[in-house]
Design a protein around this ligand. Structure first.
Ligand SMILES: Nc1ncnc2c1ncn2[C@@H]1O[C@H](COP(=O)(O)OP(=O)(O)OP(=O)(O)O)[C@@H](O)[C@H]1O
Length: 266
């Protein structure tokens, strides 16, 4: 279980594109940008949660608090009952994170080397590392590709290697930040199928996105953010009316008789 309680995150300095008055409005002491504003949220084990919102609404900042990559200014983030800052290693073992651009996290020359990187740092035996690498590659439909060079992979394959690297840590939750950006249709479908399978096998999945179309039939719950605050929280169908105007894309069938108001993203 991931639990955020009254979490507020602020970046020092001026926001990209904010004017002075808006920055003042956001910050109690007038400094910086409040990216996450007093968020309280629980994410149970096994849940498929979509965190949706327009660019700049605070999605990335919010999910980065759960493994200590961003430290809140106030409030508490706990993983399995322990505050993240008290046990960063436990939080990072429990939550696998796949960043927006998988190139940011692929560290080795080969697929096998990359997926083994995390388990190696846990000091596991060779046999256990090999087992985890095989299982993680199988879970992303890349079984037996250990010796492939990262440089030769497509964007979708890199995304799946990044997911495998996170899975090799055997996390309770997998957090993917905009996993479909830049992928062509077959790659999108492949990543989506992997996320669906993982969820079916019991792993919690959190997907950050401004495009809910592919996730509609899969997500248990949608949390919508605007200006760092939770403004929508519920199952997709119940959340739908409140998602309009947040700048997120919903499936066309739900896009109110051709009303494109809620579909401002390209
Ligand atoms: N490193 C940073 N320094 C200063 N301000 C930042 C920084 N990172 C994010 N921000 C600001 O914090 C707010 C929330 O940004 P965040 O990236 O969390 O939102 P997001 O919803 O994930 O957006 P995107 O979809 O564009 O990634 C925005 O106003 C953004 O400009």
């Amino acid at each position: 279980m991931i639990a955020l309680e009254n979490v507020t995150c602020r970046y020092e300095g001026r926001d990209r594109g904010d004017d002075e008055s808006e920055a003042d409005e956001h910050g109690a002491d007038g400094g910086g940008t409040v990216a996450v504003d007093d968020v309280t949220l629980s994410i149970p084990d096994g849940e498929f949660l979509v965190v949706a919102g327009a660019n700049g609404s605070g999605k990335t900042t919010l999910v980065r608090t759960v493994n200590g990559l961003v430290r809140p200014e106030s409030g508490t983030v706990s993983v399995n009952g322990t505050p993240v800052e008290e046990d960063l290693v436990a939080a990072r073992a429990a939550i696998g994170m796949v960043f927006q651009d998988p190139r940011d996290q692929l560290v080795a020359a080969t697929v096998g080397g990359d997926v083994a990187f995390g388990p190696e740092n846990l000091g596991l035996s060779h046999a256990e590392i090999d087992r985890r690498v095989s299982a993680a590659l199988e879970a992303v439909n890349m079984a037996g590709r250990e010796d492939d060079r990262i440089a030769t992979l497509s964007g979708g394959e890199r995304e799946r290697v990044a997911i495998a690297g996170a899975l090799a840590m055997e996390p309770d939750h997998l957090v993917c930040d905009e996993p479909f950006v830049g992928l062509d249709e077959p790659a999108r479908e492949s990543v989506l199928a992997r996320l669906r399978d993982l969820h079916a096998a019991g792993t919690g999945v959190v997907v950050v996105t401004h495009d809910l179309r592919d996730l509609w039939g899969i997500a248990d719950r949608v949390v919508g953010l605007a200006d760092g605050r939770v403004v929508v929280d519920g199952p997709p169908d119940a959340a739908l009316p409140d998602l309009a105007g947040l700048g997120v894309r919903v499936p066309e069938a739900f896009d109110a008789a051709g009303d494109a108001e809620g579909s401002t993203e390209p």
